[in-house]
Design a protein around this ligand. Structure first.
Ligand code: SF4
Length: 453
């Protein structure tokens, strides 16, 4: 790759990292969660955006080469993904490779975390290459609740947002179906084989029919998939200890970077539930509603009545959005629950209540730590037998989460494990997982004994 000597220009953060109109472009999406990323790409394709999920983790060496080592691990992985993909595209297209064709999609979040800086740092790296200099980076952000305005024409943006949300929840349910069935399948591998074809069918259906809401066809297909998968369960197999995963959203969702921790735990006899992507999206909206409500009260108390109308309108708009998300999520889960007892998702209000009752953390502090700590407490309330906190090495919110959860769960005598990752293989990881699972099995046995006594 031809590198050019450039002085970093911070102006480029405004001109080449923003919401670009994606119509007619090839949108390059980094994979975070296998089912979810595919269905998100299908949602874009439903609106004639040529969205592609890039091959992941193959370019990690490139990601590490162009970072200093101090960055968050997901930033190195996604940077590696885009550099690897563009390198392959250059080799494939040769002289016809044109940067005008591509837009790189990298969502962001408001602080205090560094996630909002990934796309800026990656802009600086892409700018070092003459061929990649003109490839824009587009995003959706927690700042405006993942609004899609500005990336599609106004008449399509709102529909894409609704479709993207429903596709995310469908992907969550597909994941939960796999986790509920795979530990008990009568033939090893049958669930994965079937779900791969189920995902393809869902992806094609969303691409073909997704732009014309409502979602009845997608719900019907989801029911078919879930009811077929239920048939793979060997009924005689006893229920395994249930393990809840919390932690940093990218690492816990991305199997390559967490060295396939869900399968590893399943291999040692667990039934695993990872926190969902829908939970995070709902948390963003919930938090916005809380803040808008607080602003409304402050406006009222301070007597700034001239602002009250616009503040009320914003608050109401967010409340409607929150209601829509909860309604859609329940609709999707209900279809699956008719056939299989998958784990329902945590309500964000319930998580906040658990946090407030324990007085150990608060939604006011924010970050994913709020969800992880509250989510772990909710798993415990639901009778889970162990909690694993999966995170990038040095991740700030997950370290906070660990500091609070470890003594708390120790006191409650619930098995707990920290699982930090940075791309290296720790020789003691397997024994840590085995020991943890041994404790989780004991926990399950004790609970069963208590019930029968
Ligand atoms: S959550 Fe962790 S990994 Fe993600 S940006 Fe924040 S510190 Fe980095």
């Amino acid at each position: 790759m031809a590198q050019i000597a450039t002085h970093p220009s911070f102006q480029r953060f405004h001109t080449q990292v923003k919401k670009f109109n994606l119509s007619g472009k090839t949108l390059l999406i980094p994979e975070m969660v296998p089912f979810g990323s595919q269905l998100l790409a299908s949602s874009f394709r439903a609106f004639d955006v040529d969205a592609v999920v890039m091959e992941t983790y193959k370019g990690l060496a490139l990601g590490k080469e162009f970072t200093s080592g101090k960055e968050c691990f997901p930033c190195q992985i996604t940077l590696g993904d885009i550099l690897h993909h563009l390198k392959k595209e250059k080799e494939r297209l040769g002289a016809t490779f044109s940067p005008d064709r591509f837009v790189y999609f990298l969502p962001e979040a408001e602080g205090p975390c560094r996630f909002g800086m990934y796309n800026k740092l990656q802009r600086l790296v892409l700018d070092q290459f003459a061929e990649y200099h003109d490839i824009p980076i587009s995003y959706i952000s927690t700042d405006d609740g993942y609004s899609t305005n500005g990336i599609l024409p106004p008449n399509q943006a709102q529909r894409l947002r609704k479709l993207g949300y429903v596709a995310t929840i469908i992907a969550d349910v597909l994941d939960r179906t796999v986790w509920r069935v795979r530990p008990y399948e009568y033939r090893p591998g049958i669930t994965d084989e079937f779900m791969a074809s189920g995902l393809n069918n869902m992806s094609r259906l969303i691409e073909t029919h997704g732009a014309s809401l409502p979602f009845t066809k997608a719900y019907d297909l989801l029911e078919d998939i879930v009811s077929t998968a239920r048939g793979f369960i060997e009924q005689e197999k006893p229920r395994c200890p249930r393990i809840g995963i919390v932690g940093e959203i990218y690492l816990r969702s991305h199997p390559d970077s967490n060295q396939n921790i869900v399968r590893q735990l399943e291999g040692f006899g667990a039934e695993v539930i990872d926190a969902s992507i829908g939970e995070w999206v709902n948390f963003i909206t919930y938090d916005k509603v809380r803040k808008a409500g607080r602003k409304w009260r402050e406006t009222l108390i301070s007597g700034r009545f001239f602002m009250l109308k616009s503040v009320s309108r914003d608050w109401m708009g967010l409340c409607v959005e929150q209601f829509y998300q909860v309604w859609r999520q329940k609709q999707v889960y209900r279809r699956a629950l008719r056939h299989l007892d998958i784990q329902p998702d945590h309500g964000i209000g319930v998580i906040e209540k658990r946090l407030n009752n324990n007085r150990l953390f608060s939604f006011d502090i924010g970050t994913e730590a709020a969800l992880s700590i509250g989510g772990a407490l909710e798993y415990i309330h639901e009778g889970f037998n162990g909690i694993v906190n999966v995170f990038p090495f040095t991740c700030m919110p997950s370290t906070v989460c660990s500091a609070i959860l470890k003594p708390l769960l120790d006191e409650k005598r619930i098995p707990y494990l920290d699982a930090p990752y940075d791309g290296t293989f720790q020789p003691n990881r397997e024994s840590a997982l085995r020991t943890f699972m041994y404790q989780a099995k004991q926990h399950l046995e004790q609970r069963q004994k208590q019930k029968t006594n």
